[in-house]
Design a protein around this ligand. Structure first.
Ligand code: ADP
Ligand code: SF4
Length: 691
């Protein structure tokens, strides 16, 4: 019996059985004075832990190194309080006190033989220095991004001299943290990029020609070199195309030329395409390796190694990019979150064990929610330190026991997998023939096929475990559950969409009898849709927008109504908001925001404006409610009084997104058999003794 997955074996370790096709991925790359252990590069990425939760941050980065990533970077690291990046939870290197938290990360990364990199950043326009209340600066005076009522002021030459000094001092601190690679961030929101962009309309030696606009970036690279004093390599993270046509930098116009101007100055080029939303599209809108057309040509203008991203999970794609001379290192942020052990699994020939990223961007949402990193595929990310969760190691069972898990959606599958890996005997009973629960329906919606990976990885792992018996087409009730003789029952029976109008804003059932009312479950079950359809969305994630797109493409006249100011409002957190708006517009969906459902009668659906209460009636033939869900938990009540231990997980306990169900299932599996006081949940607090 395997108790926990095998621990990793690195180059030089025993049992290396990797496919020789992938050898090229394990070649070393020279970055300045360092040589990497392979070509796997974790680019800078936000994680919601930052300098607020430094131990959690360090542990997460350390796990990446343990999993085989040769270079592990921080997220944005502000160099000075005149660019404070608040309230986002990121890093800073403003003074000596910022060194120990980042040194923790360097130690964690070095402990596994990888290189640690820091992304030095100074924002222009992006932040408004809400913490420090310093007036933000940029190449030109203009309002800061977003809605904050403040302008950034134009930098004069004295400001630029100050910036260069702050940068050099931060680089020097980065060296003392223990970083090996210091990155000059010329990403979208940064000062270096805003000077480089054609938006820069300065009339002095920092504006005008590309050479002039690249001057600040050149100087910041030089200051970094001066600050690190040959102890660290210097990299540049640069946008080569802003994805906004001739309003911004374009790869074929000046993007690649900018690299050729500075070609050999840094030790590595890390390439970004567009804003964060452009660089990290979800799978719904872009396939793996979507950026290749922008990356081609970069290696022709520099001999320095080039790294780029593209949500790479296929080792064959990675090999192809290296062999064709597009990239030297495989940049992978989301794949490194979904599976921190991706490199070592390729190394060990365990491709079927790789938890492939599904491209949902829930990880990105952690940044906007300013809380520990989370992931649909990898429930352990962000939990390494506070809960002691290692993605590949599980505590063996405490005693011999059999557990019955009812329901094989994301929660039940993950729970059954974890329990079985721990050594318990598991019975997994599922009503349907196919495993996957909600994933089966949702993955059929436009662009959602990758969601099936959540099922496939878990079902694949379970199939290889001898101690899980899967019972398909098994509708469990009180009697059949008791017949199994299992003393522990975990109910993962999911949820159903409500059809009574109860929602976040409507506490009571609504009077909706006058027109046909459907739920997403009805549509998945094949309900016929015709005529004018209103979808009322108070879920705010993907379901309302996806159904609108699907029904409109099938010929229905769809109006999508939401009380929020945006359609599919939660997707602002997954960087999908704009693309969804465009997709719905292309599909011919009419959007109506700020309206709350009140009821329906023969005249149509009654709405009221959320702020003004002005009533509005819309004549439609059908109403689809994407409002709230009800747990399928009758079994829980039916089992009351039985002398067995029954718990609910996932949507059966509290309906949520798939990442909640996976996390809930994982947690139940991990914590099964443990006393409450044995379960860690560590917190990081301000040390008052030092204040
Ligand atoms: P979650 O997201 O919490 O995993 P899902 O709705 O995806 O929830 O999955 C719940 C699964 O439970 C579905 O596959 C459903 O068929 C199954 N299920 C629900 N009730 C029963 C039952 N009484 N017996 C067996 N399986 C059930
Ligand atoms: Fe990939 Fe989604 Fe996990 Fe992010 S949250 S790493 S996009 S699976």
């Amino acid at each position: 019996m395997a108790l926990g997955l095998p621990t990793t074996r690195f180059p030089g370790g025993e049992e290396q059985i990797r496919d020789s096709r992938y050898d090229v991925l394990f070649e070393p790359v020279r970055i300045g004075r360092f040589t990497t252990r392979n070509r796997f590069y974790q680019p800078p990425h936000c994680n919601g832990m930052g300098n607020l939760r430094p131990q959690a941050h360090a542990a997460m980065r350390g796990i990446k190194a343990e999993g085989g990533w040769a270079v592990v970077n921080t997220e944005h690291c502000s160099i000075h309080p005149t660019s404070d990046l608040m309230p986002e939870v990121l890093q800073s290197l403003w003074d000596e006190d910022d060194i120990p938290p980042l040194a923790l990360m360097c130690d964690a990364v070095h402990a596994h033989g990888s290189l640690a990199g820091v992304q030095l950043a100074y924002a222009a326009y992006y932040n408004a220095n809400k913490l420090s209340r310093e007036i933000p600066m940029g190449p030109m005076g203009r309002p800061v991004d977003g809605t904050f009522p403040l302008h950034a002021r134009a930098m004069d030459l004295a400001d630029i001299r100050n910036l260069r000094r702050w940068w050099r001092e931060a680089a020097e601190r980065a060296r003392r943290c223990g970083f090996d690679i210091v990155n000059v961030d010329a990403n979208f929101s940064t000062i270096a990029f805003q000077f480089l962009s054609p938006r820069n309309q300065r009339a002095d030696e920092y504006g005008g020609s590309l050479r002039n606009r690249a001057r600040l970036l050149r100087e910041l690279i030089e200051e970094t070199r001066a600050g690190v004093q040959d102890a660290c390599a210097v990299s540049v993270r640069l946008i080569v195309d802003e994805l906004c046509g001739d309003v911004g930098l374009r790869a074929e116009e000046e993007g690649i030329e900018a690299i050729s101007l500075l070609a050999e100055l840094p030790d590595l080029w890390d390439i970004v395409i567009g804003t964060w939303a452009g660089d990290s599209p979800t799978a719904r809108f872009a396939p793996e390796n979507d950026h290749e057309r922008f990356l081609a040509g970069i290696k022709q203008v520099t001999t320095r190694p080039v790294v780029g991203v593209g949500r790479f999970t296929s080792p064959d794609t990675m090999v192809s990019l290296v062999r064709r001379g597009i990239l030297d290192m495989i940049g992978a942020t989301r794949p490194s979150i979904a599976d921190p052990f991706l490199p070592s699994k390729i190394e060990e020939g365990r491709l079927e064990d790789i938890r492939e990223c599904i491209g949902c961007n829930i990880c990105v949402s952690s940044h906007f929610m300013m809380t520990n990193l989370r992931c649909t595929q990898n429930p352990t990310i962000g939990e390494e330190w506070r809960r002691d969760w290692h993605p590949e190691i599980l505590r063996p069972r405490d005693r011999e026991e059999t557990v019955l898990v009812v329901g094989a959606g994301p929660a039940g599958l993950e729970c059954a997998r974890v329990l079985a890996e721990r050594g318990y005997d598991v019975m997994l009973a599922e009503r349907s023939r196919e495993l996957g629960g909600r994933l089966l329906h949702e993955s059929r919606l436009p662009g959602m096929t990758t969601y099936l990976r959540v099922r496939d990885w878990r079902a694949g792992q379970i199939a290889r475990l001898p101690n899980v018996a899967v019972f398909r087409e098994s509708i469990m009730d009180r009697a059949t559950i008791l017949e199994t003789g299992a003393a522990h029952v975990i109910l993962a029976t999911g949820s159903v969409w409500r059809r009574d109008g109860v929602s976040r804003l409507n506490g009571r059932p609504l009077s909706l009898g006058a027109i046909p009312v459907l739920t997403p479950d009805d549509i998945f079950a094949g309900a016929k849709i015709s005529g004018r359809v209103m979808i009322y969305d108070e879920d705010h994630y993907y379901m309302g927008g996806l159904l609108a797109e699907q029904l409109a493409r099938a010929g229905a006249d769809v109006i999508l109504v939401t009380p929020e100011a945006e359609l599919s409002a939660f997707t602002a957190n997954t960087l999908e908001l704009q693309r969804i708006a465009l997709r719905l517009d292309e599909a011919g969906v009419t959007g109506l925001t700020h309206h709350v459902l009140v009821g329906a009668d023969s005249g149509g659906v009654e709405l009221r404006h959320r702020h003004t209460s002005r009533p509005r009636t819309v004549a439609v033939d059908m109403l689809v409610l994407v409002t709230a869900r009800q747990p399928v938990d009758e079994l829980y009540r039916d089992l009351a009084g039985a002398v067995i231990d029954v718990v609910r997980i996932g949507d059966c306990l509290a309906p949520g997104a798939v990442f909640h169900a996976v996390h809930g299932g994982h947690r139940a599996g991990r914590e099964f058999g443990a006393a409450e006081q044995e379960i860690p949940f560590r917190r990081e607090r301000i040390d008052l003794a030092r204040v």
